[in-house]
Design a protein around this ligand. Structure first.
Ligand SMILES: CCC(=O)SCCNC(=O)CCNC(=O)[C@H](O)C(C)(C)COP(=O)(O)OP(=O)(O)OC[C@H]1O[C@@H](n2cnc3c(N)ncnc32)[C@H](O)[C@@H]1OP(=O)(O)O
Length: 508
């Protein structure tokens, strides 16, 4: 049994983390000590730690390299873990693994978000028999995370490496914030890659924050500093309930920025406009939190507030690749729709979509299964869904954006809306190519095409579609926000039911 003094000494040693040289190395990279990260994130004095003395009989392994516990964040309970990279580079020993599993299990039991502050070399290779293969080995961390997914929010801030198995902790989170320059995720280190494949690369080039936030889509927020990463985790959680049974927190309603929605949408569909600007002008000022802003930019997704209530926005952005849907944008949408559906966040689809990309490159990438995944997510989402056709909704793009066949609570058209199997130019070409080719002069061909196009445009006129009940209403852009507020309010009492099956077989 320790004396009071010995206990205080032991506590002090653990709280100091690893040897000074590791602290100095981290500080030189601009990295904070794991305990400082926690202090900066949670409400002051609210952190309650478990397993402080884990592996304390071993030399040089304070807390076994991970800090776990409960805390309050903006007044709400959370569970968290933080790797201490001053202890064997934050690698996982057997107690590390047990502590991580226990805190995730606790988060599920308490029905509160789980936050992962990651900076880790993955499995502690020297201790592998104890931590790797068993029933409560490292694999159990991932199993527990997957079972927790959709039950509680899981958010990760990544400050340093997350090597090998360590890379899966972020991967199983809803979102990952990565600090530029220091954060990286990879299955094999640069040394291992060279040994196995001969490729010479670096952690940054292969799995750095920029790569994952702009190219692979594994990272969701690219952050300049550690503080930015902590702030974005806090912001993310502010839009979500503590668990799947709750409703998202309601905030004080705010006015819009006052920007003119009508003026933002050019009449010619050949002219691009920035859907992110449009969203920002529609929702409560300053409330749009865009997710994966730098990846698959032809589609924008994120949380926002409408009269104080949280919504999830999915919008086509014609500023990038004309707003056409690609495999990555389809994946981005499906994941976000699933996230919103899991946590009772109503969805708003803002359509300006020419359809899915065509051609051999995307077919080889499996555009059909990626598109099918997006359509599956939208079909399975039972939260209130409103589809606003801002400009065009062509082809399967209409289906992927929760068009009328996908049980939306409403399909709203703006006067600029066009809904069609394809645009007029493509349609006339598809149907009349032989007839056009048979005409003798350019003038005759041009006149024929212009006539057919005019007929086509008349056919898909939005007032005709309103009269056929294809859309539920047509509103002026200036009335859109009020219309949405009223409709979401009405849909809030919707009975979402439960599907009588285990789960679908999702196209992957
Ligand atoms: C589930 C399957 C798995 O997860 S297998 C895990 C495989 N992990 C790896 O291959 C990562 C190996 N480690 C690294 O690449 C580097 O340590 C990284 C993470 C990039 C950090 O580099 P750096 O900050 O320079 O630290 P460092 O290499 O000087 O290491 C500091 C001390 O920690 C140790 N360490 C590191 N990684 C591990 C590990 N996975 N298992 C056991 N020990 C590890 C190093 O040996 C070093 O110790 P010491 O200071 O020499 O006593």
């Amino acid at each position: 049994m320790s004396t009071e003094d010995e206990l205080a000494q032991a506590r002090k040693r653990v709280l100091a983390g690893g040897a000074e040289r590791y602290h100095a190395a981290n500080a030189a990279k601009g990295k904070l000590f794991a305990r400082e990260r926690i202090a900066r994130l949670v409400d002051e004095g609210s952190f309650v730690e478990d397993g402080l003395f884990a592996n304390s009989l071993a030399e040089g392994l304070p807390a076994d390299g991970v800090i776990t516990g409960t805390a309050r964040l903006d007044g709400r309970e959370v569970c968290l873990m933080a790797n201490d990279s001053t202890v064997k580079a934050g690698s996982w020993g057997a107690r590390t693994v047990e502590k991580i599993i226990r805190i995730i299990e606790r988060a599920v039991e308490y029905g509160v978000p789980m936050i992962y502050l990651v900076d880790s070399a993955g499995a502690r290779i020297t201790d592998q028999v104890d931590l790797f293969p068993g029933r409560r080995g490292a694999g159990k961390i991932f199993h527990t995370q997957v079972r927790a997914s959709g039950a509680i929010p899981q958010a990760c801030a990544l400050f340093g490496p997350s090597a090998a198995g360590g890379a899966y902790i972020p991967a199983f989170c809803d979102v990952v914030a990565m600090v530029e320059g220091n954060a990286s995720m990879y299955l094999g280190s640069d040394r291992m890659v060279e040994m196995v494949t001969g490729e010479k690369t670096t952690l940054e080039a292969m799995g750095g924050a920029k790569v994952h936030c702009t190219e692979s889509g594994v990272g969701h927020f690219l952050c300049k500093t550690e503080q930015d990463a902590l702030d974005v985790v806090r912001a993310y959680l502010s839009y979500l309930p503590s668990n799947w049974e709750g409703r998202p927190p309601v905030a004080q309603p705010r006015e819009t920025s006052g920007a003119d929605l009508a003026a933002m949408v050019p009449a010619s569909e050949r002219q691009a406009f920035d859907m992110r600007r449009y969203v920002k002008a529609l929702v409560d000022e300053g409330s749009f939190l865009e997710i994966q802003a730098l990846w698959a930019k032809e589609l924008t997704v994120g949380f926002a507030r409408l009269d104080g209530e949280v919504i999830g926005v999915v919008g086509n952005n014609s500023m990038f690749k004309g707003g056409v849907l690609f495999p990555d944008s389809a994946d981005k949408a499906s994941r976000f729709v699933q996230l919103c559906d899991a946590f009772n966040v109503p969805l708003l689809f803002l359509c300006d979509v020419p359809g899915f990309m065509v051609g051999s490159a995307v077919e080889k990438q499996g555009i059909i299964r990626h598109g099918a995944k997006m359509i599956t997510a939208i079909s399975e989402a039972t939260v209130p869904k409103i589809c606003v056709v801002v400009r065009k909704a062509y082809g399967a793009g209409l289906y992927a954006m929760a068009g009328p066949g996908f049980d939306p609570d409403a399909t709203i058209a703006l006067p600029t809306a066009k809904i069609a199997v394809m645009g007029a130019e493509a349609a006339v070409n598809a149907v009349y190519a032989n007839k056009i080719a048979a005409l003798p002069t350019d003038e005759e061909r041009a006149a024929f095409v212009a006539e057919r196009r005019a007929e086509y445009e008349q056919d898909i006129d939005i007032m005709r579609l309103a009269s056929e009940l294809v859309v539920d209403t047509v509103v002026e852009p200036g009335d859109l926000r009020d219309e949405l507020v009223r409709r979401y309010r009405a849909a809030a009492r919707k009975d979402r039911g439960f599907a009588r099956r285990r789960h679908g077989v999702t196209p992957v």
